[in-house]
Design a protein around this ligand. Sequence first.
Ligand SMILES: Cc1cc2nc3c(=O)[nH]c(=O)nc-3n(C[C@H](O)[C@H](O)[C@H](O)COP(=O)(O)OP(=O)(O)OC[C@H]3O[C@@H](n4cnc5c(N)ncnc54)[C@H](O)[C@@H]3O)c2cc1C
Length: 819
Amino acid sequence: MKTHVRVLVIGGGVVGVSTLFHLTKKGWTDVALIERTELTAGSTWHAAGLLPLFNMSYTVGQLHKYSVDLYKRLPAETGQDVSFHVTGNLRLATCSERMDEYQKYCGTANTIGVPFEVIAPARVKELWPLIELGGSADTPAIIGALYHPHDGHIAPADLTMALRKGARAAGAEIYEHTEALGFERTASGEWRVRTSKGEILAEHLVLATGNHARQTGRLLGLNIPAIPVEHQYIVYDESPELKAYRAGGGRELAVLRESDKSYYLREERMGWILGPYEHGAPARFADGVPEWFGRSLFPGDLDRLVPHVEAATRRVPALEHCGIKDIINGPISYAPDGSPLIGPAWGVRNVWLNEGHSFGITAAGGAGWQLAEWIVEGEPGIDMLAVDPRRFGAYTSKRYVVQKNEETYRNVFTIHFPDEERPEARPAKTSAVYDRLDAKGAVWGQRYGWERANWFAPPGVERKDRWSFRRSNYFEHVGNEARLMRGRVGVIDLTPFTKHEVTGPGAEAWLDGLVANKVPAKTGRMALSHALTRRGGIRSEFTITKIAEQHYYVVSAGAAERYDSDYLFKSLPADGSVGLRNITNTRGCFVLAGPKSREVLAQLTDTPLDNTSFPWLTAQVIEAGLAVDVYALRVNFVGALGWELHFPIEYAHHLFDALFAAGKAHGIGMVGMRAMESLRLEKSYRMWGSDMTPDYTPFEAGLDRFVRMNKGPFIGREALEKQLASGVPNRFVTLEVHGVTDADPLGNEPLFEPGGRMIGRATSGYYGHCLRKSLAIGYARTDRSQPGTQLEIEILGERKSATVLRESPYDPDNLDLRA
Ligand SMILES: Cc1cc2nc3c(=O)[nH]c(=O)nc-3n(C[C@H](O)[C@H](O)[C@H](O)COP(=O)(O)OP(=O)(O)OC[C@H]3O[C@@H](n4cnc5c(N)ncnc54)[C@H](O)[C@@H]3O)c2cc1C
């Protein structure tokens, strides 16, 4: 066994071996993998081997696409067959919301180049002659389907062996029966790994330990939010009907998914495999995998299977005539949102996670590809925010993960509405004024563990969403909130903002090297600043305010807390010249905005608020009511006269009550997240994570005014220089979408030349309630981005015409903000 490697991968399931394979592809061949028992002994050996391309996530969709393409060429590349049956896969729809879901997915699929067809029932029958099209209460009529002709199923163990062969041929080493038992960081920054066979020193560690993720994490002080859930499938004996169909020349049937009954069905040796996603499947191993659980399974639970077996038998009567050969019930790893954890671990250096895979056979190729790129190049090649392990924070307690993972599992096949808010593990994190907002009719959602008011139900209106891909029950109320903000004065509770304090003699220079904008040099000034990747993409957005000499207040997206904090802490200079504190939970934030906001705030403070004393884009530390040390920032995300008040958390109740008392005469009211979305789209304000991602540079994002190319070095500058020299390929656009009656764009819709080719994608969309226009923002090819250009956007399968508008269709000259 080697005693020193560049990268040590821990875990020999398909995901670990794929990571090893891809590291060698990137030219890193001094790499090894250790496996505590044998390759594939975790979840990989018993997986059903399905490779669904379908995924609602832009990122995960790209990973799956890469995998399916790779697996097709792997046999030629490695000389090892992987039994890839390209059967295609068919997802049935029996209700119109399901068709909406498929159509929404098709938009994403178009933007990442996944081929698909939306087909009618007659074509379903043609592709799948053994199916009943239905039409009764217990077997509803199929109204259409989504068909992917190019995916299918694979033999997971063969796939792992092909990846192993490729990795070893390139020089990687694999040590089976070698367990990682402990990790220690050496003075030189390497990792000393204690294994059951001796010690190995490694520059980088990759954890790909599947069901053991929590145990492995614990050895490094990491609370990894991955806990497996039981997942079963039934293996049937030979089916006479299937045999007859195949004997008559029928080709292997596509993998079938009846989403509305939550099961999949595929052929297996002239019989079937039926896999449901049942209600009541329990999470397992929350405290670790017991020693006795090796290449093991759980006993089958027929009770949970029965409703799905019955539904499938009604849909495919051939199932009735075959006996059950086996029930496989194994642990399937999950993270709370159902997407894997791929990327750097937080708080420790050179530790990488490839954990939490619930579709690990499908994802392994893409996950290995991007993680290897990240390790070798320092950055992934595509936007990986949706799978970055740091999208979760310290709130992922054991109970939280158990409840969420069980919920995610049972919802695999439910319709993924864009406004869906699932109920488990809530409320968990609440702002100090939660009860006050609740009393005002808040209809809650959850993000990063925080309860956030999506909208406020007026008295007499049911406090409930009817989730939809179209305008729904809250539309009118959201509109009223937006109009309140533009017309009078409203309050948004943005306490979840991520907040850091940066102090010390090196603070300014350090921040300046991290972001593309100039860090403010004068106290009371602020700058919207973007931290870039080395490729010039946007990694973070920070509002940096100079509070005092050597004292900066840095605010970023609430959901970016661990992601940004980890980056900032890991980037600190070693000389101790910069102090950094995450003060997210010590300050609350209320946005007070609208034309009457100055009059409201003036009743609480003696600080002059006129334009000369307190201009737009400046900040002051003020007293407000009885509250002291309130950072008042004259900015906001809604484009109105107003202030963000960042106050010591102990003043939350007082300040909230004082604002409402002072605002009563002006008709002050609460404004929720959905109205904020409408208001910010009217101003073309980009949202981190959807409109600003590592896929686009600030020039593409139209953020040129926040980039100071001549200020000195900053991360990403060289890439920006290159892009300026070669030409900026895409440009940010704001679109008015015409002819929308009930389905506004929501993001991830493809943009086309009229009647022609795809030239971009929308990244967000909403109804602009004050402008009374359906709006989208996104990226279009530069030559198609000028105001006035006519484009088309595909919304739920329908092409709509759209016009590129001048940026900030509401108040383009920012007169409200400067009022
Ligand atoms: C019944 C069932 C059906 C499934 N069907 C499908 C499907 O059709 N399609 C699909 O995409 N996915 C499917 N899955 C999911 C799929 O099996 C997993 O996502 C995938 O196998 C995960 O691979 P992995 O490499 O992450 O983990 P594993 O395969 O679990 O590998 C982790 C490895 O790490 C090793 N290890 C752990 N700790 C240590 C340590 N300290 N030192 C050394 N080694 C260690 C373990 O021994 C194990 O071999 C299914 C799962 C189940 C349960």
